[in-house]
Ligand binder design. Sequence first.
Ligand code: ATP
Ligand code: MG
Length: 255
Amino acid sequence: MTQTLTTAHRPPGRRIAIASGKGGVGKTWLAITLAHALARGGQRVLLFDGDLGLANVDTQLGITPKADIASVVGGAHTAEDAILSYRAGFDILPGRSGSTALAGLEGAALGALNADLRRLAGRYDSVVMDLGAGVGSGVRGLAAAADLLLVVATDEPTSLTDAYAVLKLDCRARPPGHGDAAIVVNHAASKTEGQRTYHALARACATFLGRTPHCAGIVRRDEHVKDAIRRQTPLLERHPSCAAAADVEALARAL
Ligand SMILES: Nc1ncnc2c1ncn2[C@@H]1O[C@H](COP(=O)(O)OP(=O)(O)OP(=O)(O)O)[C@@H](O)[C@H]1O
Ligand SMILES: [Mg+2]
């Protein structure tokens, strides 16, 4: 009863979406590690695998969910039923790979999913959403509803171009005063190089969009990340004091 009252009277948790445009820049790994870092900081965290159609949070963590977002969208489960409690101290709403119904999600079905996430945010301090690559309707619809969009970029020209496209579309889709977008540089050779990458992207946004997204964090390239993924173990558990772990912990604190 006390728990119900507490939940009912606190503001909903922040929905943090992670997108990039270009694939393979580290969104899923960052979403998992950020969720873990926020949980280690004492927050109640839900990690949502929002890569509709090509989910792989479960693969990176080596878990086999019994229910997932495809069964929620299909009406077989409620979102609450599909949530599993992960041993590292946060909850996961898993996705499903290879679902055509999810890959083309739009309109009312996408609206219902966003309504589920809004409702779930009432039970958590943060909902971290791993979005797919590209700028399809699912990515745009989930990103625009988030309170904070983190756009992940690397120093590759294709990544910068695609990250700019995501920021541009988000700028048009997000109602004024509703949430914010920020940049995270991943795979940075050093903090200084990461800052350089951030400034290149921020300059393009300032010039062509009239907005300068802030830098939420710089995450250095670190071979420990690959080792943790290969072993299907969270980085903060396997290599808690490596450079990339420190960078994501700093990002979590800055949020
Ligand atoms: N900071 C880093 N240092 C070294 N390797 C990294 C780092 N971040 C991510 N990687 C590597 O990049 C690869 C892609 O990561 P991940 O699957 O998280 O990317 P993604 O953006 O989610 O890809 P997709 O667009 O296919 O969903 C992984 O093999 C991971 O090991
Ligand atoms: Mg991914």
